[in-house]
Design a protein around this ligand. Structure first.
Ligand code: HEC
Length: 279
């Protein structure tokens, strides 16, 4: 991992020594769990926010209809069904209706020529069953993700409130948009509601230090979707490759050659230094 800019090293040292240090508030704020997973995010329009003009945003788009895709580290997936099908095939090795063939199959080792997970039209020899029984596992996984409730936020202490202010003033919120509004959804109670993902769901160039050499859709090697910060207090590791469990190291990782976050990180260093000297 690249080294931390000197100003942030200073901030880290001071905030460990002194819990009233401004950065201690940012950590407290960032450790608050926010909302969880709502899927009716409507791309475009309200999502763009006022900051759109100040920070270049690139959106990953579906090759099929040109609409914005939003799931995955590079916002490479349009639909949770697609995500579930791909993960079932690629991560679990279970072929399914979306991805009916084994991945990297070795000749002679292919035991199922057809999809292993599929819609069950003839459950127990009949043609009926509950929707859940008749749906493939993949569809059931997608529904599970779609209908999972958000985690309840932790109490908003005064330290967390200070941290939230700093988060806005130094410019973290330019990418980690605090509040968005959902579009229409088929699911009860999910249409046109405010939620707090702390993400703009856009792609940003994050510099040579984070580049992973992977291209997905319109997202190049150093481009990543702003990681949503809801529930961040319950996460065990941060950054797309899980390289650290330390929030300071995570913020340092935002800063490297070519990163759109460099100005914000520099501003946050200055803000920390000024506030620390004044306190
Ligand atoms: C230019 C846009 C941008 C700005 C500004 C920005 N971030 Fe990020 N942030 C990202 C992106 C993109 C990622 C995902 C990077 C990756 O995984 O490689 C990320 C990841 C994170 C993560 C890790 C989340 C996880 O689940 O791994 C945290 C925490 C975070 N940012 C906090 C902050 C804070 C605090 C600030 C302000 C000091 C900030 N960010 C400023 C775009 C930004």
């Amino acid at each position: 991992m690249q080294s931390c800019p000197a100003g942030l090293q200073y901030a880290a040292r001071e905030s460990q020594r002194d819990l009233s240090h401004p950065y201690a508030d940012v950590w407290t704020w960032a450790c608050r769990s926010h909302a969880g997973f709502r899927t009716a995010v409507q791309p475009g329009g309200k999502r763009e926010g006022k900051s759109g003009a100040r920070h270049p945003r690139h959106l990953n788009r579906s090759g099929n209809d040109g609409t914005v895709t939003r799931f995955g580290w590079k916002a490479q997936n349009k639909s949770l069904v697609m995500f579930a099908g791909e993960a079932y095939n690629v991560e679990q090795g279970v072929s399914n209706e979306l991805f009916p063939k084994e991945r990297s199959a070795v000749p002679g080792c292919i035991f199922n020529g057809s999809a292993e997970d599929a819609t069950n039209l003839l459950l127990n020899g009949g043609s009926t069953g509950t929707a859940n029984e008749m749906s493939s596992d993949m569809i059931n996984f997608a529904l599970f993700m779609r209908l999972s409730a958000p985690p309840a936020p932790a109490p908003f202490t005064s330290s967390a409130q200070n941290g939230a202010k700093l988060f806005n003033t130094v410019g973290c919120a330019l990418c980690h948009t605090p509040t968005l509004t959902t579009g229409p959804s088929r699911f009860t109670g999910m249409s046109n509601v405010s939620y707090n993902p702390y993400s703009d769901f856009a792609l940003h160039h994050m510099g040579t230090g984070l580049a992973d050499g992977i291209v997905q859709g319109g997202a190049g090697s150093d481009q990543f979707r702003t990681a949503p910060l809801w529930g961040v207090g319950q996460r065990l590791s941060f950054i797309h490759d899980g390289r650290t469990s330390d929030l300071l190291a995570t913020i340092c990782a935002h800063s490297s050659n070519g990163s759109e976050a460099n100005a914000v990180i520099n501003r946050s260093i200055r803000s920390v230094q000024v506030r620390y000297k004044m306190s």
